[in-house]
Design a protein around this ligand. Structure first.
Ligand code: T4K
Length: 378
């Protein structure tokens, strides 16, 4: 094993935390030629329309509006519902979640996460609600569902809107109900690092035709007709190349998720019973998408700190990532907020110091996983 380990360390091929799945190039070339010939490149073209329809069917939702990326979809989702004032959100996410609030002049109010899902803790939401609160922006982090029913109950009681950041989920269901059906809106990302990618890309899922119309206007400068502008919209349209790739990816996505599941199972088997190391298991009744494989390192019980393990893996050319460290609330833009103060979110503050995401993607070579397990096992 040591020899193999050294072979990897000495190899010029780094192992990244993820690598996009791409279908055979020949399959994409057919779409490229068609787009080239048609000279229709963007603005609700035929592939854009076809992908919205195909995604609705695959994901089991009523309406989808495609976007050029997930961040602009988040910004637009908040605009679409005219969210203002204060919004309750998680500090344990990619920074774009909170940036979307900032770009809408909304004050983020951070609420702690749960130790078992790393998602917004419903038991801590009510204490953070003020007369200025208008919405909740939770994240299904790593694709693991939030406590959607509890969040719905709180939102209904206080008259709040819920926008889910579902950027890590694809095809996730709880008891056969698509996770995207929860919340007023759910926002997706199809970035290169995601389970399902359209190079860059994103989407908003909604449940009413009128909402979809408003979102579609907003992502197209606010145009509601050739000469009518109904809002100060933005340009966040997905182009035909992205949409064509999306259509093609749908043909492969089941296999992609299955391959990710096998890798997660290998990690779980190889890393069980290691003192001071914890990982998340699948939850009963949930169909997962395995977008990340986070492990948590308790430095008191494990032989190394998280950062020492991170560096050790790097020495072997294996580049895990500390998603999400630091917390969003610790970045300079947000650390002055009252809700961001150290000591206010004890679970998130602990998890961010302990988490390390291991490589997981369909093309991850079979021999690499045992090596990663071996390095971690020490
Ligand atoms: N909400 C949440 C919860 C999110 O996680 C994200 C994005 C968003 C909202 C916003 O959605 P988008 O606007 O991005 O659609 C990456 C991604 O850029 C970002 O999309 C993602 N979350 C975040 C969690 O990860 P970085 O800075 O870590 O990416 P980068 O370039 O270091 O890539 C990570 C690894 O992936 C590389 O080490 C190698 C591999 N990689 C990357 C790219 C770009 C490839 O193999 N090929 C590639 O093309 O942010």
């Amino acid at each position: 094993m040591n020899e193999e380990r050294n072979a990897i360390s000495g190899s010029e091929k780094p192992v990244w935390v993820t690598k996009p799945y791409l279908p055979p190039l020949e399959e994409f070339q057919e779409y490229l030629r068609d787009i080239w010939d048609s000279r229709w490149l963007t603005n609700n073209g035929k592939y854009h329309q076809a992908l919205e329809k195909a995604l609705c069917e695959y994901l089991g939702v009523k309406y989808i509006s495609l976007f050029s990326n997930g961040t602009l979809a988040l910004v637009t989702a908040l605009q679409a519902l005219r969210i203002t004032g204060e919004v309750l959100t998680t500090p344990f996410s990619f920074v774009a979640t909170t940036h979307a609030l900032w770009w809408n002049n909304i004050k983020p109010v951070f609420v702690d996460i749960e130790p078992d899902t790393f998602n917004l803790d419903p038991n801590k939401i009510e204490a953070a609600i003020t007369p200025k609160t208008t919405a909740i922006l939770p994240v299904h982090v790593y694709g693991n569902p939030c406590h959607v029913e509890s969040i719905k109950e709180i939102a209904d009681t206080y008259g709040l809107r819920v926008i889910y950041d579902a950027c890590h989920t694809f095809g996730v269901t709880i008891n056969d109900i698509p996770i995207l059906k929860y919340g007023d809106l759910a926002v997706m990302s199809f970035h290169a690092t995601k389970v399902y990618t359209t190079f860059e890309g994103g989407a908003i899922v909604c449940h009413e035709e009128a909402t979809k119309k408003r979102i579609d206007n907003l992502k197209n400068f606010g145009f509601a007709g050739e000469t009518t502008v109904v809002a100060p919209g933005i340009n966040a349209k997905m182009n035909e190349f992205q949409a064509a790739l999306g259509l093609l990816q749908l043909k492969h996505i089941d296999k992609v998720i299955e391959q990710r599941k096998l890798i997660a199972q290998q990690y779980r088997e190889g890393l069980k019973n290691i003192s001071g190391l914890r990982y998340l298991d699948d939850t009963l009744g949930t169909k997962h998408c395995y977008s990340y494989f986070p492990i948590l390192i308790d430095k008191k019980k494990f032989s190394k700190t998280r950062d020492e393990l991170y560096e050790e893996l790097k020495r072997h050319n294996i580049f895990g990532r500390r998603y999400f460290y630091p917390l969003i609330s610790q970045f300079s833009t947000y650390c002055g907020l009252e809700s961001a103060q150290i000591g206010k979110m004890l679970v998130a503050e602990k998890v961010t110091e302990e988490v390390l995401c291991l490589p997981i993607y369909p093309e991850l070579e079979n021999k690499i996983i045992p090596l990663i397990i071996d390095i971690i096992s020490g």
